[in-house]
Design a protein around this ligand. Sequence first.
Ligand code: C2E
Ligand code: MG
Ligand code: MG
Ligand code: MG
Length: 290
Amino acid sequence: FADAAMYHGKHAGRNNFQFYAREFTARSLERMDKELALRKALKNGELEVYYQPQIDLQTGLLIGAEALLRWRRPGLGLIEPDDFIRIAEESGLIVEIGEWVLSVACGAVARWNARRSRPLKIAVNLSPRQFVRNELVDAVARILADTGCKPAWLDLEITENLLLEDSERTVSMLAALDAMGASISIDDFGTGYSALSYLHRFPVSRIKIDRTFVDGIDGQAEKSELVKAMLSIAAALNLGSVAEGVETAQQAAYLKQRGCRAAQGYLFGRPMPLADFENFLNKQTASPAS
Ligand code: C2E
Ligand code: MG
Ligand code: MG
Ligand code: MG
């Protein structure tokens, strides 16, 4: 921004420079403000974890949930991650927030599974920033021990962009998490820039087909073909598959017929607060057929 301001300043005259400088300052103040507020939010308990059901498409049974972060900001209502995750990542706060999400989510699944014969899995999103330091592996081990969550109940969602760099550290951290017994999913599959070869080189268990492909199933021929191709890749490499953003019965039927294992989306349930998800769970247990 500073460079852009200088550039415009030189080429478009002094008034413009002042304009851009002012704009820049206002924006950076806003960021600092949000970062500070976010730091306080974590301390003051304004962050919440929502849970969205994941369904086995072949059997229709609930198999788990994805933990999704929300910020209940006093006076401003419920804020979605798109409005604050970037600031959390750029400031490094995501490391602390991410560990908090892990401990809340692992605690929840451990409680649910204590009363179930078929254990659920909890999926937790990890930011590339959490792979910058080795501590993540120890943090996961400690959180699993503290919450009584079995490693097999934890699914860690990473994006293809994390694998782009292919750093020694990332490789060894993923190997350690896999060895611990947690599984690894590729979130937003098909939207990143990685070469597909990473699917062999990293201990990946499943791919999550991005919503932008799934929403093309009703009507956009190329997108349905891409979904089909992704499902063949998953089958060929013996990977699980989850379709994200499933909103219609037609999408679900298409996916099921082509062997997609699991689905997540408004058709089955929105992300919901803990109490609502637990009601949802109880209803499922009471009438597994519905
Ligand atoms: P994601 O991990 O790909 O999560 C799926 C997003 O799709 C969620 O958005 C979810 O609410 C939305 N979604 C689910 N089903 C449907 C559907 O049927 N239709 C539509 N239109 N949308 C659907 P959300 O909760 O706003 O989260 C956005 C992103 O923020 C997540 O994308 C993830 O990348 C990030 N995020 C959320 N929680 C965390 C977290 O704890 N840590 C990190 N690092 N990132 C997080
Ligand atoms: Mg959203
Ligand atoms: Mg995700
Ligand atoms: Mg996704």
